[in-house]
Structure formats: C-alpha cells, structure tokens
Write a protein that binds this ligand. Structure first.
Ligand code: ZN
Length: 248
C-alpha cells in the first residue's frame, strides 16, 4: 500500500513537472504582450488558429484586404495540405504563417515519438508549400518540456496569446465583439479561429468574421496598428517576458 502511494505521488510529481508547470508558466504567468522598449504604442497582433478553412478563410482574407490589415495564421498541417491555395493566398497578401501542429493533437496526450511526428509532419507540409514557419502555437496552448525542446531544435518561437475571445464556442458575433472590446489593450495578442480543425463548433468562424467587420475599423479609427509576427523580435534578455518589436 505504502509503495503504491509513493508510486502515485512520484507519477503525479513527474506529470506536474513534465506538462502542467511548463504549460501554466507559458500560458498564464508569462505576459504575452507586444511592448516597445521606448514606451506604449497602440499596436495589436491579430492571430487565427485551426484553419485554413475553404468556407471561411477566403471571407476573412477579403475582409483583411479591405482594411489593409496583416494577420498571423497558425495553420494546422492537415488543413493546409487540403487547401494549399489558401496558404499561397495568405502569403501573397502579406500575412504571416505559423504552425499549429498537424492534426491538432494535444501535446499532453502524446508520447515523445508522436509529439515529434505531429510537429515535423506539419513542418514538412508547410515547407512543401514553400513556407519556413518560425512560430508555433500548440493546440489548446498545452505543452510539455519535450515540446519546448522540439521548438528549440526546429528553431520555432512559441507564440501564445493575451486575448482569447472564446469564438470557437458558437457564440454570437455580438458576444465575441463585446469580449474583444473589453479585453483588448495596447500590445494585445488576439487569438481567434478561422477554421474548425480543433474543437471549434463547425460554423463558429462565421460569427468571428462578423465580429471583425465592426472590430477592425473601430480599432483603426482608435489609432491601432496591426503587426505581423515577422516585425517582432525576441528580447535579447531571455528573462524578459514581453515580446519586443521594432527598433529599440
Ligand atoms: Zn487550435
């Protein structure tokens, strides 16, 4: 009995150190904000996960084009392989493309071999389309120590978010818009969804796009500028928690 308790405690501790603590640190303790070294500026980073989706991504790209706003797409490798024309369009229209795994697998539930395969298969798909991604967002924001090691090995930058509008749940456009208005501030990294490769409700991206029809011009009128990931550089100091952009 005593041995079983010790074993259970050891397994729990190992799981905490392997998965829970690294995820909590990166997801909740780090500040995912854009911050210019010389002071605050009205900038936002708009990012979309789980696409591309042939029904919604073209509508979203049209909307972004209408307002001249660059976005950052964290695409699923399997969805990208199924709709390569949308990846090319994103690239041609000046958007940044990052990786969101291959089949949207939760890194917590994968052994090392499967975790490596999930990442490298997604990379192979994107490279086959002429894209060398340098940013990665893990599905559900869940990661392990091994995920961090893989990112370092493949020179991928972990990119999470500071504003999640819960747009995958099938809420109305108005509810999503209110959340965006309430939560965004200078430097926010906004996470939305243009597809349902993950757990999003099938047509939830329609409401996301509808919300953006109001949100994007409002933010522009308020003086906000939207950034690409390629404009952001990592701080030289590894202890610094904000990401920096532009000239120091
Ligand atoms: Zn996702």
């Amino acid at each position: 009995m005593g041995l079983l308790i010790i074993l259970a405690a050891a397994v729990t501790l190992a799981w905490l150190l392997w998965a829970i603590l690294p995820t909590c640190y990166h997801k909740y303790l780090r500040r995912h904000l854009l911050r210019r070294q010389n002071g605050a500026e009205r900038v936002l980073l708009l990012s979309f996960d789980d696409g591309p989706d042939p029904r919604y991504t073209p509508q979203l790209l049209d909307l972004l084009h209408e307002y001249g706003i660059p976005a950052n797409f964290f695409v699923s490798g399997s969805a990208a392989a199924a709709a390569p024309q949308l990846i090319h369009r994103m690239q041609e229209e000046g958007h940044c493309i990052g990786l969101h795994g291959y089949r949207h697998a939760n890194q917590w539930l994968l052994g090392p071999k499967a975790a490596a395969r999930e990442l490298t298969t997604g990379l192979v798909v994107l490279r086959g389309l002429g894209i060398e991604p340098y940013a990665y967002r893990p599905p559900y924001g869940n990661l392990t120590l091994y995920t961090l090691w893989l990112l370092r090995k493949h020179n991928l930058r972990l990119t999470l978010w500071s504003v999640m509008a819960q747009d995958w749940r099938g809420d109305t456009a108005e509810a999503i818009l209110q959340r965006l208005r309430r939560r965004c501030r200078p430097g926010s990294i906004i996470c939305l969804h243009d597809g349902c490769a993950g757990t999003a409700v099938a047509d939830s991206a329609a409401a996301t796009i509808e919300a953006l029809r109001s949100f994007l011009p409002e933010m522009q009128a308020a003086g906000y500028r939207f950034l690409r990931l390629s404009e952001i550089k990592r701080a030289d100091d590894p202890c610094r928690t904000e990401v920096l952009y532009g000239e120091a």
